[in-house]
Design a protein around this ligand. Structure first.
Ligand SMILES: [Fe+2]
Ligand SMILES: [Fe+2]
Length: 258
């Protein structure tokens, strides 16, 4: 009943709808869309049809470019631009890379540490090692991308030779009974004898959250290492026609209709 709806407090989903409408309005003339994955988190495996969205937003077209709610990206974006404008939790990456740098490791190890969790920081947590590796594969030495791919598995397995134990944090996060999925166990077994095993292992050793909170970390410290070890395309990431260009474009324009 309309009267009842006007007087009772809004339910959570009504509040969400209202917020969504407000956000749509802020876009003003374009309709931004949400992915199925986005809605799934709210228990809805569905997507609103084009006609339904159009009917809700009379006189508007769908967004087919940059989302004005997001930080502006340059026309030819480089890795640093994604760090600054798209990656969340840059601190963990900088801390890990700084730790590796101070440990005197090679530039490839430092770069691997700097990029190891960009899957989480940009896309999605699930299988972050694989997403992260795929993003950077065309631009780095195979040692770097391979190590990022398998660090996800190696994190679950101790290696006493470098003083790496099963993370206490994982016991806290996943429970003492948690056992990695079989595909992770298989990945670990394959990685164990790989020529770049130690680079991936060093990601785990430097993968820390308990870094001195007063230590200063700065992306500027890594600009030269990125310059020497990450082939930045002159067209900009996303416009260089590699197997991962589309992934960079999605990071740039996540709410494009198509
Ligand atoms: Fe990770
Ligand atoms: Fe990490």
């Amino acid at each position: 009943m309309a009267h009842e709806a006007a007087t009772r407090p809004l339910t959570l989903s009504e509040q969400a709808d209202e917020l969504e409408e407000q956000m749509m309005l802020e876009l003003n003339e374009k309709i931004a869309t949400k992915s199925v994955l986005f809605n799934m988190g709210d228990g809805k495996v569905e997507m609103e049809s084009g006609p339904a969205l159009m009917a809700k937003n009379p006189g508007k077209y769908f967004l087919m470019g940059a989302d004005p709610r997001l930080p502006k990206m340059p026309d030819k974006p480089q890795l640093i631009d994604f760090f600054k404008h798209r990656f969340a939790s840059m601190n963990h990456l900088l801390q890990s890379a700084t730790h590796a740098l101070k440990g005197g490791h090679s530039e490839k190890v430092v770069l691997a540490c700097l990029l190891h969790d960009i899957g989480v920081a940009s896309f999605i947590r699930c299988d972050h090692g694989y997403w992260g590796a795929q993003l950077i594969e065309p631009y780095v030495d195979e040692e770097v991308s391979w190590s990022i791919r398998v660090h996800q598995a190696l994190r679950f397995f101790p290696d006493e030779s470098v003083g790496y134990g099963y993370p206490d944090m994982y016991v806290k996060y996943f429970g003492a009974d948690y056992r990695p999925e079989p595909y992770i166990v298989e990945e670990y077994k394959r990685a164990r004898n790989h020529k770049h095993y130690m680079t991936a292992r060093l990601i785990c050793v430097n993968d820390i959250y308990s870094f001195d909170p007063n230590a200063k970390v700065n992306l500027d410290d890594f600009v030269d290492i990125i310059g020497r070890n990450f082939k930045q395309p002159k067209e900009g990431l996303g416009f260089d026609n590699t197997p991962s260009s589309h992934m960079w474009r999605t990071l740039m324009w996540p709410t494009r209709f198509l």
